[in-house]
Design a protein around this ligand. Sequence first.
Ligand code: ADP
Ligand code: MG
Length: 249
Amino acid sequence: MNAARKEFALTVEDLSVSFDGFKAVDGVNLYVERDELRVIIGPNGAGKTTLLDLICGKTKASQGTIKFKERELTKMAEYEVVRSGVGRKFQTPSIYENLTVYENLEVSFPRGRSVFGCLAFKRTPDVTERVNAIAETINLQDHLQREAGALSHGQKQWLEIGMLLMQEPELLMLDEPVAGMSVKEREQTAELLQRICKGRSVIVIEHDMQFVKNIAHRVTVLHQGKVLCEGSIDKVQSDPKVIEVYLGH
Ligand code: ADP
Ligand code: MG
């Protein structure tokens, strides 16, 4: 891929992090476009989650650069990375079980910078409009008044995606979003992801190769902290190195 010729939303170069001398991420380059849905695969311990931790500012890089919309993220605090338009979903959903779906989305609306902004909460038309639009995107438009704790596992995952969407991130990163989902929920999640990658970049870590096939625009294979292979799903699936370290198992 010729990085110099293209405008990328996210440009990661020579990114590394060591934990007690062990390089969990080792000289990674990653270029993701707007409207792109990139899937990262690779064996356990390959550094996939750590790579997302680095991009969202949860872990500090030992070396390298992360440029997002021309801004350097490696020097930012985690909250500044969020504010610059990066949303991250972790493996376990962090929703408010005792609030309704509506309220979960509502409290996720970005609300200025002070705590008082949150307390002086008003149900303004722009909030209501966005909650309704996002509820539709995440297939929960008929569940707005239900308590989030009563949702199915898959619906909880969608709600958390919706909570991130409330902040209108331009880069959304999801770590194994369909783990534990039914076949039907996986299909619906694939459709959901195709909808939400419009106008932004989405990075998904995933193991389920059928699901990867359904959603990926491009695939990056990580192995021992390094990019082993990158390209279309067909290219990656037929690469002997990828079959040896990952797909063959
Ligand atoms: P993956 O998500 O691909 O399964 P991870 O990114 O979670 O892999 O982990 C990559 C490697 O880095 C693993 O060997 C893991 O044990 C190690 N690792 C991750 N985070 C830390 C940490 N905070 N401290 C020490 N080692 C870590
Ligand atoms: Mg992981």
